[in-house]
Design a protein around this ligand. Structure first.
Ligand SMILES: [Zn+2]
Ligand SMILES: [Zn+2]
Length: 280
């Protein structure tokens, strides 16, 4: 069973537009995208939202920046993170980077495996068979990142970390100078099976990756442990609110161990979990 979750105080949440130095977030429906500004005035877009998000992202980005980004980087190729990429890359005439293990899902070759509808419960899981699974075809724009800790000039000051488990080529972004982590779907700060409820007023909590689409839970647990060992002080996920606070480091370590205990035994799918109410 993978129902590890660590409840957090609401006081840890940050506004999306002021996450950390130079980092702007935009929530579109249930998913977040991020613009990362660099010291020389250039910037990079992280993720591109669900279908029909491109216009909204462009408008938001052009409100903050006068020039196109250096590049678009995708944490992974799921439809809720990659759908705006073809259109935005064309509008701005920029490359789209993803990890090489994500390439088959982004160059039109392969669909992701069917979602596990029993995982996690909740509306998102019930709806998951109708989600597009790709393949998105970015082949003309796609550039591949290779390795486990990657540096590119389009993300100066940042380490790009291969954090597989949710998908084979999932990546996260870490800035050592202020210990800021953009976690993608490596883990969430809300219950991923109830994203729509989260829009109302759910207190934040540390929670595993969206279960209905996660392909390898033991790998996901190893990735969360790797991220916890970085001791991030600011965390901005693909789903849920960005967080900061002194307590965060300890809570993430705790969550990482809980999640590893529940998933590190090699079982590939968590059982359906019961909904339990928790207060912050
Ligand atoms: Zn995903
Ligand atoms: Zn996602």
């Amino acid at each position: 069973m993978a129902h590890a979750e660590v409840p957090l105080s609401r006081s840890l949440t940050l506004p999306m537009e002021e996450i950390a130095d130079g980092i702007h977030g935009l929530r579109i429906g249930f998913v977040n995208v991020f613009a990362v500004a660099h010291a020389n005035g250039s910037w990079t877009l992280i993720d591109t939202g669900v279908p029909y998000s491109a216009g909204h992202i462009r408008h938001w980005a052009e409100h903050h920046f006068t020039a196109p980004p250096l590049a678009i980087l995708l944490t992974h190729g799921h439809f809720d993170h990659a759908s705006g990429a073809p259109q935005l890359a064309d509008i701005w005439d920029v490359p789209v980077y993803a990890h090489e293990l994500e390439a088959p899902y982004l160059n039109g070759q392969q669909e992701y495996p069917p979602p596990n509808t029993g995982a996690g419960g909740g509306l998102m899981s019930i709806l998951s068979p109708i989600y597009p699974r790709g393949p998105i075809d970015l082949s003309g724009r796609l550039r591949l990142l290779v390795g486990t800790v990657i540096n590119t000039w389009e993300m100066p000051e940042w380490q790009i970390l291969h954090t597989p488990g949710h998908t084979p080529g999932h990546i996260s972004f870490f800035r050592p100078a202020d210990q800021t982590l953009l976690a993608g779907d490596a883990f969430c700060t809300t219950k991923p099976e109830s994203f729509f409820d989260a829009a109302v007023s759910q207190p934040p909590e540390l929670h595993g990756p969206p279960a209905y689409f996660t392909s390898d839970f033991p790998a996901a647990a190893r990735s969360i442990r790797l991220l916890a060992r970085l001791k991030p002080r600011v965390i901005a996920p693909g789903h849920g609110k960005p967080l900061a606070g002194l307590d965060l480091e300890r809570k993430l370590a705790l969550f990482s161990e809980q999640f590893a205990r529940e998933t590190g035994d090699g079982s590939s799918w968590p059982e359906r979990r019961d909904q339990t109410k928790r207060s912050a």
